[in-house]
Design a protein around this ligand. Structure first.
Ligand SMILES: [Zn+2]
Length: 302
């Protein structure tokens, strides 16, 4: 067996406080495209028209069709073994543990991950929140499809030739050509509305849009977990380069306090793979396969 794997497994069974930092790479083998990189979602869209507060203000019907389509894609995908491995970690009583995910696909939540130690720092496609400044209504894990009658048939892939969306063919491949085109014009009354506000304020997707700040309350809770009590023994960096704020700061702070780092990704620096970077292990490949294997001494078979 690989020397790094043996060392890691020896360490992980003794770890008492663990953080997992999750990025798009974990969901790739569930069939969801990553945002950046060659298959990146934003290569095919203009994010300014679809994923900003201004876009929603100008045409909420367009933005909701886009999110209806993304919700549908994420719902067709299934959590993979990597998600289930972390879900198992989240259930243990004798380990202090949190998952920080940059993914909005809801797959960690659907793998029965405990809710109170799952931090979706970019929000979730399956969270709805009120657009009114006066209202703090939030609904988590709404997996209904379609969300409203008018959004029915807006969630399938658009078939340019036939000028309509092709219905589900039963094809499980959800990665094919993400070319989003809206199907119809929608009025505000067609869209999800806040059940609390009397004036029928619109609900919006609970994702962090371009130009918005990350949810401060969540970041504070993560900071408290890392900074108070016992120091973190181990951070698992999964399917992400971990170079974007705040992800990079978690790795640095945990290392600084004597914690170790284990990276699971398709792309890892050679120095790490050769074991030349102190207190850092690198496991190159599909995180959905590598994670259950590496964590096996701790979580057993899935
Ligand atoms: Zn409201």
């Amino acid at each position: 067996m690989n020397k790094q794997l043996v060392e890691f497994q020896d360490y992980v069974v003794k770890a008492k406080k663990i953080v997992a930092l999750v990025g798009a790479g974990l969901s790739v083998s569930s069939g969801l495209p990553t945002f950046r990189g060659s298959q990146g979602l934003w290569k095919n869209f203009n994010m300014i028209d679809l994923a900003t507060p201004d876009a929603f203000y100008i045409d909420p019907g367009l933005v909701w069709q886009f999110y209806s389509w993304r919700r549908y894609g994420a719902l067709k995908a299934k959590p993979n073994k990597g998600h289930y491995a972390l879900s198992k970690l989240s259930q243990y009583q004798d380990i202090e543990y949190i998952t920080i995910t940059q993914n909005v696909d809801g797959l960690s939540s659907r793998s029965n991950h405990k809710k109170d130690n799952l931090y979706e720092i970019h929000g979730s496609l399956f969270e709805l929140k009120c657009t009114s400044f006066m209202c703090n209504y939030v609904e988590r894990d709404n997996f209904h499809n379609p969300l409203t009658e008018a959004l029915r048939d807006t969630e399938y892939e658009f078939d340019k030739q036939n000028r309509k969306r092709s219905l589900d063919t039963g094809d499980e491949d959800v990665t094919v050509s993400p070319q989003f085109t809206p199907v119809k014009q929608l009025a505000e009354s067609d869209l999800p509305q806040c059940p609390v506000c009397k004036d029928g304020s619109l609900l919006r997707p609970g994702v962090v849009w371009f130009g918005e700040s990350l949810p401060l309350q969540l970041l504070t809770r993560i900071d408290n977990f890392i900074e108070s009590g016992n120091s973190v023994d181990l951070i698992l960096v999964i399917g992400t380069s971990g170079t974007v704020y705040p992800a990079n700061s978690y790795v640095d702070r945990i290392k600084l306090k004597g914690g170790k780092v284990a990276i699971f990704n398709t792309d890892i620096e050679p120095e790490i793979l050769q074991g030349k970077v102190e207190n850092t292990w690198g496991f190159k490949g599909d995180a959905a396969e590598l994670l259950p294997l590496a964590l096996k001494p701790l979580i057993g078979d899935l």
